[in-house]
Write a protein that binds this ligand. Sequence first.
Ligand code: FMN
Length: 169
Amino acid sequence: MRVLVTYATKNGSTTGIAEAVGDELRKKGLQVDVVPAVEVRDLTPYDAVVLGSAIYMGRWQKDALRFGKRHGRELQARPVWLFGSGPLDRSAEEQEIPPVEGAAELMARIGARGHATFGGRLTEEASGFIASSMVKNGKGGDFRNMDRIRAWAGTIAAELQGRPLVEAH
Ligand SMILES: Cc1cc2nc3c(=O)[nH]c(=O)nc-3n(C[C@H](O)[C@H](O)[C@H](O)COP(=O)(O)O)c2cc1C
């Protein structure tokens, strides 16, 4: 079974989450490609998809939303999980944070199986004036909880390995 883990990032930390998801799925015996959403053209080789995005100003990155639009039908026909990454505190671990608007719409449209919000990361290397001011004001840090990310990926593997691959349509 081949799984696509695809993502949109601005400052690179969502790449790390996608790679951790990919590693865990591989450990469970799945074949996995981890590819930026903007580079994906064809979902034919894949039995399932995990799509994630960094969250900025309450929104998913355009590349992730565009991916959802471009591949709507193919996503509908496959098991899909979504994740967002953003909160620069422990809130994502303390409670379930619902998907941001665009992600919720996509979820409903394609019938995604699940969604998770993971903490994000903001460092001095982040681009933009607002980002640097946030870091200066103590809003920076790495709040990605790799154990939680891997555990989530583990539930995806379990579900995939217990169910049919691509639904008949
Ligand atoms: C200007 C700015 C706006 C942000 N807005 C949000 C937000 O609305 N919600 C959220 O959860 N995180 C927000 N964040 C935090 C980012 O989502 C977090 O740093 C994330 O890990 C960035 O991912 P990336 O490194 O893949 O781009 C914001 C960060 C910056 C710099």
